[in-house]
Write a protein that binds this ligand. Structure first.
Ligand code: TXA
Ligand code: MG
Length: 318
């Protein structure tokens, strides 16, 4: 592992590195190096108004990026870092505009993955990283997924095997009087509210930073995390499917019988295990030239909310 990290940190000094986190693979560059950050946007084909998350190797490192860190924020940090929780604060002037999509705020998280933490520490700087997928497409949970979508040129890659959480971090804005949940993710709303009391909830596409989006791209971000095959979400899956060109995502094996391809997310019907497997399952179905992929609506609690959010965006056309 040491060698791999050393190589990654070297590459980070000058450019871009794909690396594992507990949620999904990130495509990282030094937060404070605008040219390297620009390269991330180019490699992903990502619009510049969409800001990146700055990854830190310790809670203290947040002081290099953010200001006005409230007691509530410090409580969240103490409970959930390292882990899949991203917090948004007013940015320090040293953080370049390109990293934050021109916003006066910066999103920060401390990932819970030994290789990510070692990489950040050895690089000696915070690492700006979006998920390492082509813009709008399914997020990668293995190094092979990254290579499939982004090719092999223009960045280095640190391989840490499969990601354990499988859906991205929860994003919470700490810039107003009440914390606002901007994107459901690996830490559930219930877990957050248990620690700090009630929070507000916005849809990801209502995220205030996206108000900078150009007028000719409305709805651009409603469609996201998407496979190429049309995806349809149903309240209840058909008990029996006799069309071999229809693929299905099942939470557990007994949810349906199908002559088409199926992907079972969790033999025991566990939502966290389902989250870990969702993106890889979507990718496997997506290469089979199916006419349609059917997916169920998951129970809307805990990480089930993040699953429903991602599938909803993956199914959205337009
Ligand atoms: O789990 C994750 O969060 C992964 C891993 C690599 O850490 N990263 C990730 O990054 O999902 P990305 O770029 O795919 O998603 C970042 C999310 C977007 O919803 C973006 O709009 C929001 O964070 N975000 C970033 N900076 C923000 C800011 N200053 N204010 C509000 N939202 C922000
Ligand atoms: Mg992403």
């Amino acid at each position: 592992m040491r060698r791999e990290i050393h190589r990654g940190a070297e590459a980070l000094r000058a450019g871009v590195v794909a690396f594992p986190t507990e949620t999904v693979y990130g495509l990282g560059a030094d937060v404070f190096n605008p040219e390297a950050v620009e390269m991330i946007f180019r490699l992903k084909g990502r619009p510049k108004f969409n800001p990146l998350i700055a990854h830190v190797g310790s809670p203290e490192q947040i002081e290099t990026l953010a200001s006005a860190i409230s007691d509530t924020a410090r409580t969240l940090i103490a409970h959930f870092w390292p882990g899949p929780l991203t917090l948004v604060f007013p940015k320090r002037p040293e953080v370049p505009d390109i990293t934050t999509g021109g916003n006066p705020t910066v999103a920060v998280r401390m990932p819970k993955h030994p290789m990510a933490l070692a990489l950040i520490e050895e690089a000696g700087t915070a690492v700006a990283a979006p998920s390492a997928n082509a813009f709008g497409r399914t997020s990668p949970t293995t190094a092979a997924h990254v290579l499939e979508q982004l090719g092999t040129e223009g960045y280095a890659i640190v391989d840490g095997g499969a990601c354990r959480v499988g859906v991205e971090s929860t994003v919470v804005s700490m810039t107003g009087p009440v914390p606002v949940l901007l994107r459901p993710g690996g830490i559930s709303r219930e877990e957050l509210e248990e620690v700090i009391g009630p929070i507000e909830v916005l849809k990801e596409e209502e995220n205030p930073v996206l108000k900078n989006a150009p007028l000719d791209s409305p709805g651009l971000l409603a469609s996201h995390y998407a496979p190429k095959t049309p995806l349809r979400i149903v309240d209840v899956l058909p008990k029996k499917n006799e069309d071999p060109s229809i693929g299905m995502i099942l939470l557990k094996p007994e949810d349906s019988v199908s002559i088409g391809p199926v992907e079972v997310l969790s033999p025991r019907g566990d939502l966290s295990e389902a989250a870990m497997n969702l993106y890889a399952a979507l990718r496997r179905l997506d290469v089979l030239s199916l006419t349609e992929i059917l997916a169920p609506r998951f129970p809307n609690t805990g990480v089930g909310r993040a699953l429903n959010d991602r599938l909803g965006k993956a199914a959205h056309k337009g």
